[in-house]
Design a protein around this ligand. Structure first.
Ligand SMILES: NC(=O)c1ccc[n+]([C@@H]2O[C@H](COP(=O)([O-])OP(=O)(O)OC[C@H]3O[C@@H](n4cnc5c(N)ncnc54)[C@H](OP(=O)(O)O)[C@@H]3O)[C@@H](O)[C@H]2O)c1
Length: 231
């Protein structure tokens, strides 16, 4: 398989870290990014101990300067990105009600889980060649077809918005044959998902790895377990 340059955001732990591990195992040049230098280096070392070499870059998706710096470094060192995986996100513990919560909960969540994904994508798509891929880590909570579960409403709305952004980016980038898709990892045992989650990190990661490496994939779609699901 051809080795590609793949960048993953929020990859010091959880699903992002496991995506990096799986893609590195496939022989790709993977850039593990994290907003915290120490946590990122630690994650890189963990993989080194498994004989997996990955590159590390600091990238805080909420900080424009940080996005520009990471972009400059990738442009200089790799000259391109083939696959961008927008994985970093937050779920605030105060996120219980759109009506009762302070508006900052809603604003911060949307900034982090939707606007920042667009800002990162805007920058990195400029060095993506035809055939590039952009993958958004979304959530079933963002579904517009499933019934509302009532949990973490700001988070769920942010993922619905991310879905809308995905569809529109897919349209805008179709003339360059760059695919833009989102996937739902399911409810996964991570710091965000908690201990009672039924799925392992590896199960939650498979679809991202498949979208990054499958020979031909559609664009503008929402996936779970390698299958298209309704938005
Ligand atoms: N776990 C689930 O059940 C589940 C279900 C559906 C969807 N998802 C989605 O899967 C993705 C990964 O979630 P996870 O479960 O692996 O969560 P996690 O363990 O909490 O990891 C989230 C990652 O995002 C990073 N991050 C947050 N804000 C950032 C920022 N401004 N800049 C850079 N990195 C930032 C975190 O960095 P720090 O360590 O520095 O905080 C961490 O590395 C998210 O998009 C989430 O919404 C998860």
């Amino acid at each position: 398989m051809e080795s590609k340059v793949m960048l993953v955001t929020g990859a010091n732990k959880g699903i992002g870290f496991e995506i990096v591990r799986q893609l590195a195992k496939l022989g790709h040049q993977v850039i593990l990014t994290a907003r915290d230098q120490e946590k990122g280096r630690e994650a890189q070392s963990k993989l080194k101990a498994e004989n997996l070499t990955v590159h590390f870059l600091m990238l805080d998706i909420m900080n424009e300067e940080s996005i520009l710096q990471a972009f400059g470094k990738v442009k200089t060192d790799f000259s391109k990105v083939d696959v961008l995986i927008n994985n970093a996100a937050i779920l605030l513990k105060e996120d219980h009600s759109l009506l009762r919560n302070d508006s900052t909960v809603f604003e911060k969540t949307l900034q982090s889980n939707a606007f920042a994904q667009l800002a990162v994508t805007k920058q990195f798509q400029s060095i993506m060649s035809n055939g590039g891929r952009i993958i958004m880590t979304s959530s079933q909570g963002g579904s517009m077809s499933d019934p509302v579960g009532g949990w973490s409403p700001a988070y769920c709305v942010s993922k619905s918005l991310l879905g809308a952004i995905t569809r529109h980016l897919a349209h805008e980038l179709s003339n360059r044959s760059i695919s833009v898709n989102a996937f739902d990892p399911g409810w996964v045992k991570t710091d965000m998902g908690g201990r009672s989650a039924p799925r392992t990190v590896s199960q939650g990661t498979n679809t991202a790895v498949w979208l990054a490496s499958e020979r031909a994939i559609p664009t503008g779609k929402f996936f779970r377990d390698n299958k298209v699901i309704p938005w």
